[in-house]
Design a protein around this ligand. Sequence first.
Ligand code: PSZ
Length: 285
Amino acid sequence: MSVLGYFDGKFIDVENDKIIGMEDRGHQFGDGIYEATRFYNGKCFQLKRHLDRCMSSLKKVRMTVPYTADDLAKLHEELIEKSGFKNGVVYFQFTRGTAPRDHHFPNVKPHLSMSIRSSEVNEQQQAEGVKCFLTEDIRWHHCDIKSLNLLGNVLAKQAADDAGCYEAVLYRPDTKEVTECGSSNFFMIKDGVLWSHPTNNLILKGITLSVLLEDIAPAIGVKVMEKEFTPEFALTADEAFITSTSLEVTPCIELGGKVIGNGKIGEITLKLQKAYKEAVKKECF
Ligand code: PSZ
């Protein structure tokens, strides 16, 4: 098996071409940013929003790269075309380059690496929902940057897995606010209102979240409250769900050992999930 990828100007075999050096800043410092995009029917969904977020992440970490958003869009097209995949995910990361280990910015060119994988949306999981673990958010205060520093996310997701859960819902221990999940955004519904953490520095502004809050909720008349809420409040939710590029809208049917609603996908969640799939259809088919 080989995985198609791209590194600094060349298409590569991700599994066999050893191209990243020991002193890559991504390896030594987690000094870089990344993106994950999904394509359906050979066509990227919401690529502009992903590339805008990528450019914003780069700016926030003070990294200048020799690629425009158009260059990155073209590389996506080429990877999809070469792979022959219809549905899947592209992961790409920029690191600050390779240089002798020293914290200060080196005077070298950043690296761009990309990989493409075929994958289908997990329809069964979206129908049945997943159990979520509730744990402290131990991450830094720049979670709006899609940075390669994912240790807090990795530890939380492993703790969730150890507890037999699919995802970890995180809350800040100091302010007692639910932020997001290990690798997705968290939403709850109470008395017909969709609650979501404000899109500030404590969460990644998910592209799936943006599609839901900016495009879908207003169009189908779901009332949104972008405001902090506590884990205790989350435990009283009528419905809950998590979102990401890979998961789309996936119901959360259990949180911290407590069943949410009747343990099945909620009515409003189902409406949002369906509308999201419609948006995909409209854009990619
Ligand atoms: O394939 C995967 O495992 C993916 S693809 C995207 C993600 C995981 N996660 C993105 C993410 C995240 O890592 C955190 C911490 N919060 C929210 C999200 C959701 O972002 P979008 O909707 O842009 O994918």
